[in-house]
Design a protein around this ligand. Structure first.
Ligand code: NAP
Length: 502
């Protein structure tokens, strides 16, 4: 399996494009795409020779029309002349908009060139329902490779697009644009795609959702993906800021585990996504995040008592002969974190005030009540806390009275204090006292106002990253049987990423 990776270059001058090509070669690309339509003030035929003669890597020469994603309105004749010149100069590939291949095929014949001709189709708005037949029509032409790049609005569509890659009578490249389409870019070569594209870096994308070379090679490690590679991911919406792909792929790399972890941005029913993806492709485990934690359980044949009581799953794992099992690793993660912070083996009889009554609070109340804590619950919307308190038989405290308690442990499960509203805090500083243990589920920013004020009051503080790490560690055990994940490396990875974005 070759897994060729092409760096798409969109620099405005031929000199900059060559410099980018040199960097792409150093960074590990196999091919470069010279996007001639990116050149300013306009590309010319002489630029083709300039670039091809000096390119450090085999090249794809492309000159897009504006309606197919080009950034300049260029005369059709000029675009064709540029591609003809690339064929005569034996470029590795030219990419021509379907159905423009015939003159290039003729030029290849008459100049005894070996250029491979890619016939391409784009739709920036949608995935056309007739894409399978469009690809078949494209294949009936003289191109060597057919390529479709279409807007992908849900990861369910990426399952269908990937399936199309292997169905061709000629090599295909089928790309879903946008973050929901990312699996098509990472897994395309596994399904036989001629090659896949990456941006030189995140700031220089030539198409929506295009990952960088570094993401493809070092995060998703596409070179080592094979049919045996386990496919795991996170289902949620939106996922643009999710740290889970970074965290889990880092663990796979450190422990040399043959698995890849992908973002699956699902905008439709998550249970449908699970069923569709797993009927077409491998699926060896999932994390589940907002807003799909409840709805995803419909796809599961086994739900443990804890998850069913909480009413939300953050983990799916396959059970041979059964199907997917649902689990909630948030609840035990909270108790793990608090026990570690206290250096105690049990939380029994500790008094805990939980703030919030959303999904995370539900997991916390369940976990803490099950651990034998004396739990009090307070939420801005009293009806929600009343209902949650009744479900788990814990005390409910009016939001206005929350600062009057002096619990051993304060747990913030509201989103108050989260970026961008970083100056907010869910409880007045006067409620914080020396020796209290204060845990804040919010981890962006790392140092919330609540944690700063708690530290100033002499309390012991624990950031939300610790819960995130523990719930991820428990997921690794369920998916892969990992007993001893590299928590220190995971923590460092997560803190570095959060520092970078803050
Ligand atoms: P959710 O279901 O949307 O619940 C949000 C909670 O915050 C509700 O209780 C809501 O109260 C409360 N809230 C929001 N704005 C408020 C305000 N201005 N004043 C008072 N209360 C307010 O969200 P969730 O999934 O439970 O997540 C809650 C927080 O936990 C988020 O910050 C999330 O990032 C974090 N979290 C962290 C981890 C981790 O691993 N560290 C895991 C899961 C969640 P109302 O009911 O009154 O609206």
């Amino acid at each position: 399996m070759t897994h060729l990776l092409c760096a798409a270059l969109v620099d405005p001058s031929p000199e900059d494009m060559l410099a980018s090509a040199a960097r792409a070669a150093l960074d590990g690309a196999d091919l470069v795409e010279f996007r001639m339509d990116a050149l300013r003030p306009a590309p010319s035929v002489s630029h083709v020779a300039f670039l091809l003669d000096r390119s450090p890597l085999p090249a794809v020469v492309t000159c897009r029309s504006r309606e197919q994603g080009g950034s300049l309105e260029l005369p059709r004749a000029l675009r064709l002349d540029i591609l003809l010149e690339a064929v005569r100069r034996n470029s590795a590939y030219v990419d021509v908009e379907w159905p423009g291949e015939p003159p290039l095929v003729e030029a290849r014949r008459s100049s005894a060139s070996n250029t491979r001709i890619i016939s391409s189709f784009h739709d920036f708005d949608r995935l056309p329902p007739d894409l399978p037949s469009i690809l078949e029509k494209m294949e009936s032409g003289p191109a060597d490779v057919v390529k479709a790049a279409v807007a992908c609005h849900c990861a369910s569509q990426s399952a269908l697009l990937l399936d199309l890659v292997s169905r061709g009578s000629k090599p295909r490249i089928v790309i879903g644009m946008g973050l929901p389409g990312l699996p098509t870019r990472v897994l395309g070569p596994l399904h036989g795609a001629e090659f896949t594209f990456a941006a030189l870096d995140a700031a220089r994308r030539s198409a929506p959702g295009q990952p960088s070379l570094s993401d493809m090679l070092r995060l998703f490690r596409i070179r080592s993906i094979s049919p045996a590679t386990r496919i795991i991911g996170v289902v949620g919406n939106p996922l643009g800021h999710s740290l889970s792909p970074l965290l889990h792929n880092t663990v796979f790399r450190i422990l040399d585990i043959d698995a890849v972890y992908l973002p699956f941005e699902v905008t439709s029913d998550p249970a449908d996504f699970v069923m569709q993806w797993s009927s077409l492709h491998r699926l060896d485990g999932l994390s589940v995040t907002i807003p799909h934690k409840s709805a995803v359980m419909k796809a599961c044949s086994r739900i443990d008592e804890e998850t069913s009581s909480i009413g939300a799953a953050n983990t799916l794992y396959p059970v041979p002969g059964v199907g997917f099992a649902a689990a909630n690793t948030d609840a035990p993660a909270i108790t793990d974190v608090l026990k570690t912070a206290l250096g105690a083996s049990s939380l029994r009889n500790k008094s805990v005030l939980v703030l919030g009554a959303g999904g995370a609070a539900r997991a916390a109340v369940y976990g803490l009540a099950s651990a034998g804590c004396d739990v009090a619950l307070s939420n801005r919307t009293g009806s929600r806390s009343a209902s949650l308190a009744a479900d788990f038989h814990v005390r409910c405290v009016p939001w206005a009275s929350r600062a009057s308690l002096r619990p051993d442990i304060l747990v913030n499960m509201t989103s108050v204090g989260m970026h961008p509203d970083v100056s907010s805090t869910p409880i007045d500083a006067s409620a914080l006292s020396p020796g209290m243990l204060v845990f804040d589920a919010v981890y962006n920013p790392l140092d919330t106002r609540l944690l700063r004020e708690a530290a100033a009051a002499g309390a012991v503080t624990v950031p939300g990253t610790e819960m995130f790490l523990r719930q991820a560690a428990r997921q690794l055990k369920l998916w892969l049987g990992i007993d001893d994940p590299p928590l220190d490396d995971m923590r460092r990875t997560m803190l570095d990423a959060l520092h970078e974005t803050s």
